[in-house]
Design a binder for this molecule. Structure first.
Ligand SMILES: *Cc1c(COP(=O)(O)O)cnc(C)c1O
Ligand code: SF4
Length: 463
């Protein structure tokens, strides 16, 4: 029997109330406070009590995943914030120091969020991203926080209020009209934040309309969530756990595929009884669980961790799906791992698996043209190259067409790569530029600087 756990969040102001933290040195605790004054911190009692091995802190991967580390800020940024905190600061002074550092970390907080927003009657459809033909992303307005914040998360700007959620769905639910009108869309992906932070009743209000006949073209409903790792009680003992499962059953019984896109970073997140019971109960509704994770320094940057995680997932009936390269925003210097390393880790882990786990694809970068995967490293005509493909692309014709970049041990993202064999651009580049210029409803740029960012062909803007 798994007993009920009452959810308790800990934020910046509660750091001193986490008894387990008292074993750290005063310096270590102060460092956490300094960084958490800039980047969003939230952890819950399940993670503290059941996932983190406090005898192994600070190395513990789940501690690294949820508690800020000193090196996430540059020395200079850290010093500025530490100084502000130690010197009889006012609340306003702290806020203003935090704001300055945040802008250094992410000068275009709204940029990522405004790309790929479709237009309807010349108006952006609120809370929707439509990048790939088949799949529409929905960002429910009440699902824009999480059960805990991941230290690496590129969405941190929204958690600290830098882009004030203008991205989320509106009251009028215009996303429904957009989807009713777009019969070519087959997949709906609810994302966030974490949509499973919503009550079963709120979640149902987003999902159930799509079970009606005008949405017959929507075959697959996906929910992107970290709740199965961060708060599995949601599916087991929370008071709306049964209602949540009944909602899942209604989707499945309506004849649609329901996929829980479970975000897991480490096998430890699968190791507790409640984590396994959550998976069992979700699967009992007929929903599938597909799993995905980015490669994160000090959390899962070794092949053994991935191999063990994927094997465990398959044993529990989950389907490994994507292995992501973490995009370079926020504390990028802390987290970045060179692409050649990402490929090595992926390949060495993959070699350990039986075919049932080899459904996992990657290492994949969600970049401007699409999801770019590193397929290999090889020599062609004496030149060492990365072999790349697009797993998913703005133009479906680009998908799975091999292309080549000069090998580099420094590159950490697509924008660091240069075409091999003396070419000056990748095969999709001209067409991509045209698409962007045409601005034909597939792309929506909210502010002229977003557009410039792209025109400069620095292609900094992801997704
Ligand atoms: C990954 C992704 C999807 C889903 O792609 P699949 O390959 O179908 O899983 C949809 N939209 C965006 C913006 C994505 O990044
Ligand atoms: S759960 Fe997802 S959205 Fe939330 S902080 Fe982690 S990675 Fe970001």
């Amino acid at each position: 029997m798994i007993s009920h756990k009452k959810m308790k969040f800990y934020g910046l102001r509660d750091l001193d109330n986490i008894p387990q933290l008292q074993n750290l040195s005063a310096d270590q605790r102060f460092a956490i406070k300094v960084v958490s004054s800039v980047l969003p911190f939230r952890v819950n009692n399940y993670i503290i009590e059941e996932l983190i091995d406090w005898d192994n802190v600070p190395e513990d991967p789940i501690f690294q995943l949820t508690f800020m580390q000193k090196e996430m800020l540059s020395d200079d940024q850290f010093r500025r914030m530490a100084f502000t905190l130690s010197n009889n600061h006012t609340f306003e002074e702290i806020q203003s120091a935090a704001e300055d550092i945040r802008l250094e970390l992410n000068p275009h907080p709204a940029g990522q969020m405004t790309l790929n927003v479709p237009l309807m009657f010349d108006e952006p459809v609120k809370g929707v991203q439509h990048k790939y033909r088949e799949t529409v992303l929905i960002f429910p307005s009440s699902g824009q926080t999480c059960h805990s914040y991941c230290t690496f998360c590129f969405r941190w700007a929204q958690f600290v209020g830098m882009n004030d959620l203008k991205f989320a769905t509106d009251e009028a639910k215009s996303f429904q009209d957009y989807l009713a009108a777009n019969k070519g869309v087959t997949d709906l992906l609810l994302t966030g934040g974490d949509p499973m932070i919503m009550s079963a009743r709120n979640l149902a209000a987003y999902i159930e309309p799509f079970l009606e006949s005008e949405f017959e073209h929507i075959r697959n409903i996906r929910i992107g969530t970290k709740s199965v790792a961060y708060w599995p009680y949601k599916f087991v003992t929370d008071k709306d756990a049964d209602d949540t499962l009944r909602l899942f059953e209604r989707v499945v019984n309506s004849g649609k595929h329901l996929a829980i896109m479970g975000h897991y970073n480490h096998w430890k997140e699968l190791s507790t009884d409640v984590a396994q019971e959550a998976i069992r109960r979700i699967r009992s509704t007929g929903a599938q669980i597909r799993t995905q994770s980015p490669l994160v320094k000090n959390v899962n940057d070794s092949p053994d961790v991935w191999a063990r995680m994927w094997k465990e997932q398959v044993k529990l009936g989950c389907i490994p799906y994507y292995f992501f390269v973490e995009r370079n925003t926020g504390a990028k210097n802390y987290f970045s791992i060179p692409l050649y390393k990402a490929y090595q880790i992926y390949r060495e882990a993959y070699q350990e698996l039986s075919g049932l786990s080899r459904t996992v694809r990657g290492p994949s970068m969600s970049a401007l043209p699409g999801k770019v995967s590193i397929e290999g490293v090889t020599q062609i005509n004496g030149e060492k190259v990365f072999v790349l493909t697009l797993l998913q692309a703005r133009n479906p014709e680009w998908v799975k067409k091999p292309f080549f970049a000069k090998y580099s041990e420094k590159a950490t993202w697509l924008t660091d790569l240069r075409p091999a064999f003396g070419r000056d651009k990748f095969f999709y580049q001209d067409e991509l530029n045209q698409m962007i210029r045409a601005n034909n409803g597939q792309f929506y740029f909210n502010r002229s600087e977003d557009y410039e960012m792209i025109e400069n062909t620095s292609f900094d803007a992801d997704e």
